[in-house]
Design a binder for this molecule. Sequence first.
Ligand code: T3D
Length: 280
Amino acid sequence: MAQAPYELALRYGARPSMDESPILVQQQSGYRVITLNRPQRLNAFTEAMHAALRAALAEAEADTNCRALLLTGAGRGFCAGQDLNDRLSQAGETPVLGGALEAYYNPLVRKLRALPFPVVAAVNGVAAGAGCNIALACDIVIAARSASFIQSFAKIGLVPDSGGTWMLPRLVGPARARALALLAEPLPATTAEAWGLIWKSYEDAILMEEAHKLCARFAVAPTAGLALIKRALDESWDNDLDAQLDLEREFQREASLNPDYAEGVRAFMEKRPPRFGGRR
Ligand code: T3D
């Protein structure tokens, strides 16, 4: 999809920027938009992009007015994973990997999962390699109909990383996970939606509008409760039913102590929209 990030920035109230920094951050009312911004390389990751993204996520987490995050890509791609230019030396040698995952990709996936508010990925175009799995690590993944998801790793002799081997079988089941990982073929967004890999696909022209609608909704939602929902769902994978029932009891206790619960009940009884208190 030929997305015009600067037009979108204007439309959603941000100033247009010819900024060449590897990510762009826009403040919206109650949420932030982070745009991966290396369109000439389909937003492939460099160390500089990792560093900028890590700082932006830390700032969003520290800002208690930030109650949701929208992650998207500039240009026609979402993210093509690791920038392979950085993986070939002049002598044609490739590095031994492991350190880069420990230093960059693993902390990024852990942070996205642990943020105390929902993260929406708006996959505007191809999402490949780690770019695919970083999208899948977000809480709600929506995509343009023209977008595709590729576990590119097998094409270059690597193993799906950034949580891919964990998320794929859980999202689409073992048969589809194996084929996606072993064949490394592009999966169209519409199939990804039909398989349950992502939440929804939209016509390209309305993807960002839908993404902003979701974030605006989260910006007035009971954020602390949503953070507990994220944790409960993540922790369920390691629990049997008994343990999960215990966890639900504890999380529900904690949720009910938050004033948002009382406000939610009052608003329902008074037939008015609730006024939730934000990240407390
Ligand atoms: O290394 C570690 O730290 C371990 C972690 C690894 C994580 C990983 O992500 S490994 C997987 C790395 N990613 C890939 O293998 C994907 C490579 N890209 C592609 O297969 C294709 O570009 C796509 C299928 C994503 C899109 O194809 P297409 O035909 O739409 O676009 P294109 O023409 O291939 O790409 C456009 C430009 O972006 C092109 O540059 P050019 O020719 O116009 O100057 C292409 O080289 C560049 N590009 C795309 N992906 C990457 C890239 N440049 C560097 N690194 C990339 N990953």
